[in-house]
Design a protein around this ligand. Structure first.
Ligand code: UFG
Length: 320
């Protein structure tokens, strides 16, 4: 298939682009490099550096079999401080993309949605029919896009899939996580092991969880990419399918820090800090629907798998 990958210079987008190329697809990456990196775009892809809202129409006019839409702003804290950025960059831009898709009758769309669409869960594991009550503008913007996609699929016959990621981790070959502003737990802990940060702050140890620290469902980025390929294959015209992607198993912040110590051999000093605003205590996915309907099953499910690959990536970057 000829596929447009928006945000293919970012973490998940670049890994998925690499998987699509390995599967024999023809890939065009569109990214404005506002948060992505030029050297993260896989070599076999054609790269277009441009504003998505402006360039999508002309590009899709070339004729594409599908779009994988990763480009987005994704910092929860920033979204609370500057919501206008999120409504513009996520919602308004995606509406422009959907209009280009409609105009040029592009048949398929796979969208990077998020567990943040659910907000504070009433119960775990979280299923796709759980209430969607986002607690920040980032999650609200992704939920608004999911609603837009549902209506475009119904009205215009688009074959659409939203994949709601839980906590993505790990790396694929030379493609991994390197945000300019880093807020995510595993890369932060590995920065300590790499000597670029002194210690880790664990945000709260008085949560209602087995060891008092927050629990998250970490999923390897390779497993995530596999779900995107399956979603493309199974897409049905006029249907918007929504799938949660997680392992169905949570790890605490303390367990993550401990796994990083084991993988890196570094003592990694960690201190308890106040809770971070807006953090739910436990987020764990039910991915039963993806397993049943996409035939998907995560294969790299241990912290050793995920942290090990992320650490290899960190070390490669230090050497280059
Ligand atoms: N944490 C720390 N110390 C840090 C960083 C994080 O203790 O320095 C904790 C957080 O409080 C949280 C856990 O580690 O309990 C994971 O935090 P991350 O920031 O790595 O990830 P989140 O669970 O906050 O966010 C992830 C995605 C978001 C998405 C959200 C949906 O990264 O994009 O899940 O629930 F919105």
């Amino acid at each position: 298939m000829k596929l447009l990958v928006t945000g293919g210079a970012g973490y998940v987008g670049s890994v998925c682009a690499a998987h699509l190329l390995e599967a024999g697809h023809d890939v065009v990456v569109l990214d404005d490099l506002s948060t992505g990196h030029r050297d993260a775009v896989p070599g076999g892809a054609r790269f277009v550096e441009a504003d998505l809202a402006e360039a999508a129409g002309d590009l899709l006019g070339e004729g594409f079999d599908g779009v994988l839409h990763f480009a987005a702003r994704s910092l929860v804290g920033e979204s609370v401080q500057k919501p206008e950025i999120y409504w513009q960059a996520n919602v308004v831009t995606t509406l422009r993309l959907l209009e280009a898709i409609r105009t040029h009758a592009t048949p398929r769309l796979v969208f990077s949605s998020t567990a943040a669409t659910y907000g504070e869960p009433e119960s775990v594991p979280i299923r796709e029919d759980s209430p969607t009550r986002p607690t920040n503008p980032y999650g609200a913007s992704k939920l608004a896009i999911d609603h837009m996609i549902t209506s475009y699929a119904a009205a215009h016959g688009l074959a659409a899939t939203s994949l709601r990621y839980f906590n993505v981790a790990g790396a694929h070959d030379r493609f991994g996580e390197r945000h300019t502003v880093e807020t995510h737990l595993i890369p932060i802990v590995l920065q300590v092991a790499a000597g670029t940060r002194e210690s880790v702050q664990m945000f709260g140890d008085d949560w209602d969880t087995p060891d008092g620290t927050c629990v998250r469902d970490y999923i390897h980025v390779d497993d995530l990419a596999d779900a995107h390929l399956r979603a493309l294959d199974r897409a049905t015209p006029g249907v918007h399918a929504i799938y949660n992607l997680g392992n169905g198993h949570g790890f605490s912040v303390r367990e993550v820090v401990e796994a990083c110590r084991e993988v890196t051999g570094h003592p990694i000093p960690a201190e308890v800090a106040p809770r971070r605003a807006g953090d739910p205590a436990v987020l764990v996915a039910s991915s039963e629907r993806a397993r049943t309907e996409l035939g998907w099953a995560p294969t790299r499910t241990t912290l050793a798998d995920m942290v090990g690959d992320a650490w290899r990536f960190t070390q490669q970057r230090q050497q280059s």
